[in-house]
Design a protein around this ligand. Structure first.
Ligand code: ATP
Length: 511
């Protein structure tokens, strides 16, 4: 039986749990919905992804600096940004299953089904025409595909009109006209569509009368905007320049399924790039390309990535697109690139009464800069890497292995060191090797079971190299080093290990 997307996601969730990558939060109390904890290997992988992003965005750009702003911000921040009034999702309940859905997601999924019909047409035609097949030409001329595309365009146009005019009854009518049924109950018995604000709130201050309501930030970006002048002045930054930040964000998501794809507490890696008004489209294109290049640098199949232009622009944007990734549950947003105009800075000027302008010495004038934002979810990047890396392989000798082919420099454990057996001084020699390497690499020592079993354990957690110490090591100071992906073993001198590993983990090969 063919495996379904759901099966694939389940496999990844259970592998992540079994090997200490991701646990459900407060599991002993049956968990907390859409909140997860990263285990001993997950936290390492997460840290390595953050480092890679920070290197690419901050360290390698002279004109980008990083900050670490607080999660709590003055509540006026969120009035200014529009989140208090407009950070809503349209929700709809099915009266029979009592399940809650995002109305926009129901419609998107409907469209997704039509899109996959088109993909099936493409696959059929490809098989029929072979090498002579031209995808673009086929998509532009095949009557079935054109009919489907016209339907997609019509749905999108109707949805956009409804959302732009706050016509929630129109959204419900669209769901009814498309005959969308609840996946659980199968019924089309829907409530009205309502707007639901996604921000979590709490109170600051110890005395209840004087305590005031504050929010847990729903995005890290505002911490950058309110610090725009602090950083520009103290860092003597000249436009165009960027401010980057990695940090937690919180959203009370309506539908929180699909593992770490949609969480209520998650982490974002964001960069706001401040540019001259009028230059924003040039930089928008620049960052679109730069960011997709960063994702592709990880070395997974290029077809895992695609752009998706937004139809309904957020209140602050004049252009926006997503970089989508082919997750186990299909293509979904991994990163957003938004041209946010001067909306945020102007709003903060208005609400704070402070000027947030930049004096451009070349143009001899002051202005509020425009902003291009790149915003990628750390947890979604983690899930993308985990799911693209996960492989169940049948080897030449008929045996099987599960391997995580995580890009070597991101792997939680870089090197495992094994003594062939637990005696004759081999464990001591193995510990010596670990002592040599642990300054630069996370290492794991393992002496239990056969070497073959130890290899399998390291494959399953994605360790790129295993070093084995045997009796010959004691004679001539050589070891075997085994490559996770090729499974090839080479005999090398101990004093060659460091330079070999240095070349294998050199991020210049990726970036
Ligand atoms: P979606 O449409 O999936 O809800 P979004 O468009 O609201 O996402 P943005 O506001 O653009 O997301 O946030 C930027 C990035 O933050 C997203 O591309 C995603 O990677 C990440 N992100 C957003 N919401 C969540 C969440 N609930 N859980 C995990 N990551 C998230």
């Amino acid at each position: 039986m063919a495996t379904t997307n759901e099966d694939n996601l389940k496999k990844i969730i259970s592998h992540a749990k079994e090997y200490g990558y991701v646990f459900q939060s407060s599991e002993i109390y049956d968990g907390l919905s859409a909140v997860y904890d990263y285990g001993q290997l997950g936290s390492e992988l997460k840290k390595n992804i953050k480092d890679y992003w920070w290197k690419a965005m901050v360290q390698m750009h002279e004109n980008i600096v990083g900050i670490d702003a607080a999660i709590f911000m003055h509540p006026e921040t969120w009035k200014a940004s529009g989140h208090v009034d407009a950070f809503n999702d349209p929700l709809i309940d099915n009266k029979d299953s009592k399940k809650r859905y995002r109305a926009d997601v129901l419609i998107e999924e409907y469209i997704g089904k039509i899109e996959s019909k088109n993909e099936k047409e493409v696959e059929k035609a490809k098989a029929r025409f072979g090498d002579a097949f031209n995808r673009e030409q086929f998509l532009a001329t095949n009557p079935n595909v054109l009919r489907n595309q016209a339907k997609i365009d019509e749905i999108n146009a109707r949805f956009k009109t409804c959302m732009n005019s706050d016509d929630l009854a129109g959204v419900k009518k669209l769901i009814e006209d498309l005959e969308i049924a609840c996946p659980i109950s199968g019924s089309k018995n829907w409530t009205d569509v309502k707007q639901f604000n996604l921000m979590f709130s709490t109170e600051i201050g110890s005395v209840s009368e004087s305590a005031s309501k504050i929010y847990l930030r729903p995005e890290t970006a505002q911490g950058i905007f309110v610090n725009f002048l602090n950083v520009q002045k103290t860092g003597r930054m000249k436009i165009p320049f960027g401010i980057a930040q990695i940090g937690k964000a919180f959203r009370n998501e309506i539908v929180a399924r699909q593992f770490i794809f949609r969480m209520r507490e998650f982490e974002q890696m964001e960069m706001q790039f401040f540019v001259r008004p009028g230059d924003e489209m040039k930089w928008y294109e620049y960052w679109k390309n730069a960011r997709v290049k960063w994702h592709k640098s990880l070395g997974f199949n290029e077809n895992f990535y695609r752009f998706h232009d937004h139809i309904k622009l957020a209140h602050y944007a004049n252009a926006a697109c997503d970089i989508e990734f082919n997750f186990p549950m299909g293509f979904k947003e991994l990163e957003g690139i938004h041209s946010r105009t001067d909306f945020d800075l102007k709003q903060h000027e208005k609400h704070s009464g402070k000027k947030l302008q930049y004096f451009d010495t070349e143009q001899n004038e002051s202005y509020v800069p425009y902003v291009v934002e790149t915003s990628v979810g750390l947890d979604r990047t983690f899930l993308a890497i985990l799911s693209a890396s996960y492989q169940e392989q049948v080897l030449e000798d008929g045996s099987e292995r599960t391997v995580l082919s995580i890009p070597a420099f991101l792997a939680p454990i870089k090197v495992a060191v094994f003594p062939l057996i637990k005696k004759d001084g081999l464990p001591e020699k193995a510990q010596e090797i670990i002592k040599l390497l642990k300054y630069d690499y996370s290492c794991q020592y393992d002496e239990k079971d056969s070497v073959g079993k130890r290899y399998r354990r390291q494959d399953a957690i994605g360790t790129p190299f295993c070093i084995t110490i045997d009796h010959q090591t004691l004679e001539d100071n050589t070891v075997t080093i085994r490559d996770r992906d090729t499974m090839k073993q080479d005999r090398i001198k101990i004093d060659e290990i460091e330079s070999l590993l240095k070349s294998k983990f050199d991020i210049k090969k990726w970036l």
